[in-house]
Design a protein. Sequence first.
Lengths: 332, 173
Amino acid sequence: MNASVFENYLKYRLPETIDLKVISFKQSFPGLSRETWFVNTVMKLKGGLIEKGYVFRMDTPGGSVCHIPLFFEYSVYNKLQNSKIPLPVTLWFENDPEWLIDGREFFVRETVEGRVLIPELKDPDPKYDSLREKMTREMAEKLALLHTCDWKALGFDEIMQVPESKNDCVRLDLDFWQKRIEKYVTEPSPLVDRIMIWLRENQPGESSAIALLKGNNGIGEEIWQGEKIVAMCDWEYAHLGDPPEDFAWCQFFRDDPRLMPMLIDHYKEVSGINPSLQDIEYFKTFRDLKTFVSLQMGLNLFNSGKDYRMQLPNMALWSRQIIYKLADYIGI
Amino acid sequence: MRPSISEIVLGMKSSLETDIYPLIDDPRAQSSVRCMGLLLDHILLRVDVEGSVLDKDNRDLKESLFKFNELLNEGNLQNSNNEIRQFKSELEIVLNDQSKKKEGVPAISVLHEENTLLKGLFSKAIKCVENLRDDINVQLYNRFKVLVDDLLRRQLNRDSKWINPAFSGKPYY
């Protein structure tokens, strides 16, 4: 990748600017499922010199590791632009053959300043307790905002499967993942089939709501400034479903026995939705299955020689630990 | 032949760790080298056990599928529906073919091919029982379930032999 690829494209998209130059660019790491490039530019606009950052997001050269179309993720960002959910400003989805990068389509959003990883959260020093509590409340408020948004008015029924009723959320998602397993997992796995049966047998009853869910969320996924979330990112696993699922995914908070009850209580106050602990436990199991299946799907690209990153077989083999844990949990 | 595969792999791992890794600054390249190290550990385990593990797994799968077929016959379920009929006919062809004695030591790739075929069949078997669930009595359903879970337990035990030692820690991105 070289700077001119980004520079030429931005000049084409921003004809009102003068002397646009890319001053630096780097690829985010680890970025296993998709490539994300941070591009910093300087340009003259309306007589002044300004610096501006852009983010280019695209599939890896071999294709989509997660087998979820890039356009789907862009569409989620796009449909949320006019909501109250904090998001990066999403600019363009590019599939014009003239502008593809190494033959790959991509989308561009503005850079949001902030931090994704917050190391002091894990520091047991009591001086960080207040930060932990504030961030927990912030996470709860943003999940509440997401789960209470009017997804139909925002047009999510045009790009997502819609459960027929509150009883149908989990069944619909199980069917969706069953199809993904059949289509993309590289070898038959009787154990995965057995776990899917357990998930069907034990699925929660009526959902507390049919809500827009983020899927993977929490620390590592959102951009924070201080104790505030300024942008929620990485929407590949967004779907319509039962709110407790997002608590099962909520990284860092989900594993902290003191913060998790605080997260749930504050969420209840703000949203009026009551996610049951039992349902969250169920969705942890479903989440683990989704993680395992997703990492197995990455092997398709490796095994076919389209993507020889060593992380793909490594993660796929490592993820067998997850399936051992699941087997133990369901009593095998 | 010396050096053996294990000796060669150990040499490669040592070279990666001592000669190459310290010279790399790029986090992506460091990650790739760390992943290679873990995969080489995994190869060391597989070299020793893959043939015997696959062979055991294939025998176990065949035996379990055979018992599965017997349970279908016992419950007089062979004609329950189209799916069962198709499955049973596929199952009998495979079991009949597998019962023929094969000469020589099979290559790992042959054992893999057989393993994929048998696991695919066992997956179908699991789904068939679920489809029959409402049509069969609880005792028979539970016998199917015990058969399935017992096999899965033994497979997990075998599988973990070549996974746990190399991949029991945190993943290396």
